[in-house]
Design a protein around this ligand. Structure first.
Ligand code: ZN
Length: 223
């Protein structure tokens, strides 16, 4: 998931905005993240077989996913976003990304920094009925955001890259990231769940909504 932030327009964003001329010339610095329209993003990813979990190939893929997520920068990535149809997700939130939000935005979103987490064959279940709606973006729908309602708290279980079973019960922004990334494994993008009339370019959303309380934003959309 894209790190939704208040940062000024970056070179990457400008490049994305100017990228209308096709075909683009690929270079070694170009991100390996595939974009909406690529069939792998609309397919159900396959379970990683037990014998394939703790292999060098899987570990290398996980390392590439974490590296790609950090460079983007993002707070989550699913294997299909690298063109690999396997049920693997990674997520991480960092103080330097969280610092781009106002204290109120941080509090409302329940953003907390956490070290990289890896879930292979994740199974997600909602805890309780509470829901939260915020803007979110996706590294595979580059340059846009939309308001998405998500469960406030979830429990996720799966394996890490060493094959160790793990569960994580979490609320707030990490719960949102988990739902976004597990959706990727089922071929679902946030645009399928968003309040469609809230769809905006990242730049417009930043100009119009950054720093505003979420209650005010929701009111603008009649939500
Ligand atoms: Zn995404």
């Amino acid at each position: 998931m894209r790190a939704v932030k208040r940062a000024p327009i970056t070179a990457a964003l400008l490049l994305a905005a100017c990228g209308a001329t096709l075909p683009r010339i690929r270079n070694v610095n170009e991100t390996p993240i595939v974009q909406a329209g690529t069939p792998v993003l609309r397919s159900r990813a396959a379970e990683v077989a037990a014998k394939g979990v703790a292999t060098p190939a899987t570990k290398a893929l996980v390392a590439k996913m974490i590296d790609t997520m950090r460079k983007a920068p993002g707070v989550g990535l699913a294997a299909p976003q690298l063109g690999v149809g396997l049920r693997i997700i990674v997520l991480e939130d960092r103080d330097d990304l969280i610092a781009l939000l106002t204290p109120q935005e941080r509090g409302e979103r329940e953003r907390i920094a956490f070290a990289p987490r890896v879930f292979i064959n994740p199974v997600l279940r909602a805890i309780g009925d509470a829901r939260a709606t915020f803007f979110e973006g996706c590294l595979s729908v580059n340059g846009y955001v939309g308001l998405v309602e998500r469960h406030h708290e979830v429990l996720v279980s799966g394996l890490d890259e060493n094959g160790a079973a793990q569960t994580w019960r979490v609320r707030g922004w990490p719960a949102r990231i988990l739902q976004h990334e597990v959706d990727h494994l089922d071929g679902t993008l946030y645009v399928d769940r968003m309040k469609t009339r809230s769809f905006a370019t990242s730049q417009e959303a930043r100009l119009r909504y950054a720093g505003k309380p979420i209650a005010e934003i929701l009111k603008l959309f009649g939500l």
